[in-house]
Design a protein around this ligand. Structure first.
Ligand code: SF4
Ligand code: SF4
Length: 377
């Protein structure tokens, strides 16, 4: 008996955020602003136990992320454990710390998929955003190593106002590398990206041009030597309706943070909710019975305009983190929605993006010093 409450299915996707440590300093990092003071990490045995419990509940997809998951020296052991349990596994990495030998070791341990992230299409911008002089060359080498080991080449670029003009160059780089899948994900404004929103958010004109470039690439696919699947994720801030965040709170996705805090999504830690920890409760208890996971299930919690809205079954009122960050109350409708009484905050952000002049060097980069300054101020 799994103790499931009415209408709640099992978590199908498990995201293991193995660590907040990372050699890079991206100013849009989704890790918490106070990550430097959150240095507790689950042990190998504790992670394996989480994976066992998740699989027993029905989870089938497993992501290893961070921070940079490669800083965990027990990664091959965790991959092997996940493989034995029958997960489909994905490693999400910056490529820093990766070597050909490690790629091979991960393949031998049974890893199914590797995604390498880039910051830009050229070394100057890439390294300036990443805060590392060697990052770009290392990423190129590791993207090739991943493909040489027989994996599909899956590349991810976080898009913002300082690299969105490179869209054509980014696609050309990916094609030259022989990429199979490319994710162009515009920043979503949580964590460090929210702190830097004005300096990161593209203007409407930039976005329209970037979309046109991607569409031209797609319409020209058949003439390409290496046709790639390109996914372009546009920012919520330019929509009139919110996305169904995480497909609904506590419906499919379960994230476990480095210290064992269990979350319905990796950003939810910023909410004023007491989330459970896998070191204190079973995963099943957490998923089906904890107040944190039940907080925004169903629609009884919704205030107007969501409560009486005929679209609430489609988007579940949008993103709780966005509602909290923009209105101070996570119960509110996501301000992205044109029906929200707080939609003016989205409109103001769009106007600010049209006039922003923030240089890359003025952004707050993710590093321990900035983290401590921010969380003590
Ligand atoms: S976004 Fe950048 S700094 Fe944050 S974990 Fe990823 S690579 Fe590291
Ligand atoms: S009012 Fe709420 S439920 Fe209706 S569309 Fe907007 S966010 Fe979705």
């Amino acid at each position: 008996m799994n103790g499931a409450q009415d209408g709640v299915g099992p978590p199908l996707w498990l995201l293991a955020e193995l660590t907040y440590r990372c050699p890079l300093q991206c100013p849009y990092c989704s890790n918490p602003l106070d990550y430097a003071d959150q240095d507790r990490e689950l042990s190998t045995e504790q992670w394996l136990d989480v994976l066992r419990q998740g699989r027993a509940m029905g989870a089938a997809q497993l992501g290893f992320s961070g921070g940079e998951p490669l800083v965990r020296t027990d990664l091959p052991e965790l991959i092997a454990g996940a493989r034995e349990l029958g997960y489909y596994t994905n490693l999400i990495t910056s490529g820093l710390g990766l070597t050909e030998a490690k790629v091979q070791a991960f393949a031998d341990a049974g890893l199914d998929h590797i995604q390498v992230s880039f910051q830009a299409s050229d070394p100057e911008l890439n390294n300036a955003v990443a805060g590392s002089r060697k990052a770009f060359d290392q990423k190129l080498a590791m993207a090739r190593a991943v493909k040489d080991a027989g994996y599909p080449m899956v590349l991810n670029f976080v898009i913002h106002r300082h690299n969105i003009h490179q869209m054509a160059d980014i696609l050309a780089l990916c094609e030259n590398l022989g990429a199979d899948y490319v994710e162009l994900a515009t920043c979503q404004y949580y964590g460090w990206a929210f702190a830097n929103r004005e300096g990161l958010m593209p203007s409407k004109a930039q976005l329209v041009e970037a979309e046109a470039t991607v569409n031209r690439y797609r319409s020209d696919l058949l003439s390409r030597e290496h046709p790639m699947k390109v996914i372009f994720v546009t920012p919520d801030y330019y929509e009139e309706r919110p996305k169904a965040c995480m497909n609904g709170w506590g419906s499919l996705f379960l994230t476990v943070a480095p210290d064992g805090t269990a979350l319905p999504c990796h950003s939810a830690r910023l909410l004023p909710i007491d989330f459970p920890n896998v070191t204190e409760q079973s995963l099943e208890d957490i998923w089906y019975r904890s107040p944190g996971f039940n907080h925004y299930r169903g629609d009884q919690w919704m205030p107007e305009p969501c409560r009486s809205c005929d679209e609430k079954g489609k988007d579940f009122g949008g993103c709780r983190c966005q509602a909290y960050l923009l209105t101070g109350n996570a119960d509110n409708a996501d301000p992205v929605c044109g029906k929200s009484p707080h939609h003016d905050r989205i409109l103001a952000a769009r106007t600010a993006a049209d006039h922003a002049t923030t240089g890359l060097e003025e952004l707050i980069f993710r590093n321990a010093r900035n983290s401590r300054v921010i969380c003590r101020s």
